[in-house]
Design a protein around this ligand. Sequence first.
Ligand code: ADP
Length: 525
Amino acid sequence: MNSPGDSIDDIISLLNKHYHPITQQNQRHKPSIGSAMLPQIKQQINVLYAIPNTYNNNQDKYKRKAVSLNRQQQQKPQIKDTSSFLIPMTRCLTFKPYSGSTDIIINDVGYYYKFGSSPIKLVKGLLEENGFKESNDKNWTLYWSSCAIKSDVYTNLFAYQKVCHFPKSYEMTRKDLMHRNISKMQINNGFINFNFIPKTYILPAEMSYFLEEHEKIKNNNPIYICKPHASSQGKGIFITDKIQDILNKQNSNNSYVVSHYIDKPLLINNLKFDLRIYVAISCINPLRIYVYQDGLARFATEAYNSDNVKQNRFVHLTNYSVNKDSPNFVANQDPTLDYVGSKWSLLALREYLKLNKINEQQIFERIEDLIIKTIISVESAIFQACEMNVPFRSNCFSLFGFDVLVDSFLKPWLLEVNFSPSLNIDAPLDLKIKGEMLADLFTLIGIVPLDQRFSQDLSYVRNQSNYDSKKHQQEFEKYIIKETEEELKRSRGWKRLYPSDQSYRYTKYFESDRPLNALLRNYYK
Ligand code: ADP
């Protein structure tokens, strides 16, 4: 493995050695590295060792509640001696949060990013302040898109390249599909174990079932919330206790998701609120799930009252995009006062609940449980899509926004999972929370430094690798454990949910017990 002391010649010969196997594997033409590239590589190497240290040197500056909380709460794996492992690990880049500046001068050191959709200021600013430049070629390291990624992007990936979505994650993020997948889990694994989404019907397809079920409970005057199946930001949503309002929708061609309305939410200052929880999947095989310690609590802007549900969107919807237009909306201008206004930090909310003797720990344990179960409900679809389309286990990661409503019995309900959670910076609090979360995400996923891109043993990261001999199998298993442990060391504000010493509780919910999940489950037992 290279170290800052290696000579340029050593690095070039390593790059050449490892370039050609890749060309063969992926059937792509790549030139060999010759002396013509020397100045470029020299520059890359000089700056390379400057970048990863930026954050470390300023740790005090960026250290904050969430990170220390994470350190305390991080599951402690059993101490096992990994020092004898033969596999050298890659030293990955660390990122500092975006300052908010629009005046960034980038030193071109050879790291590039690309957007597959319109650029997002926070992503762009953060990457550029960390030395990345926008690519107009295929030489990018990181690909960010708020839309689904086309299959040809996946199939042509090198091992070091990272894209921000797994194929088929829409199975969890489309309202109708999420309900279908969780309902399937309820049927197969017991309703009680997956009872964290409001009962939902996809209309018009399930109209007769909906009417049958409504007939059984109509004397209780049920309230429904109706949402277009592929919409967001509260658009097109209405709440009603009149079945006729829903039947009238039949005439429109659009598909609607109709859910039971949770009419007894937990209130703070008499206002309804919901939680935006950031969740990351860093790897699908083995499955590794993280939750961010901070997030957002978003408040409605008019006092809650369930008597007249048609009354007002500012009472019943907690979307920022809805409430920012309310005359009562209070913007938070000071990120250190993260418990004032219509948007709080998740950490501030937890403090508030604790101070008010509400068992917030129980609420958040339940939230973590529902996150793991929701992801397991789509694990098989994503795993298979990756095996078919994505060359390396290291290529994909995902950031999801889980929207959770807590009711007055302290039960969390999953409302939806956002494919591309908003990274807009509408207030200083957004910059603080989302900026740190994103810097920690890019650190977590493990971006391989330039000089190590081709020094990895690719057989360990390739999808669909078969390990025939016992020796290879053992080396591979050591590699997976070390990869997982190294990632945990980079997790900062991210708390790992899966694998953990509790993994065995979830095994029965997987469609298949994958060997690498079993390996880590046994390792952390
Ligand atoms: P969108 O994707 O359009 O934002 P959501 O499913 O997030 O749609 O719903 C918008 C808002 O409506 C939520 O933030 C929440 O305040 C409220 N809401 C959604 N579903 C329910 C429900 N079943 N019970 C109570 N409130 C709900």
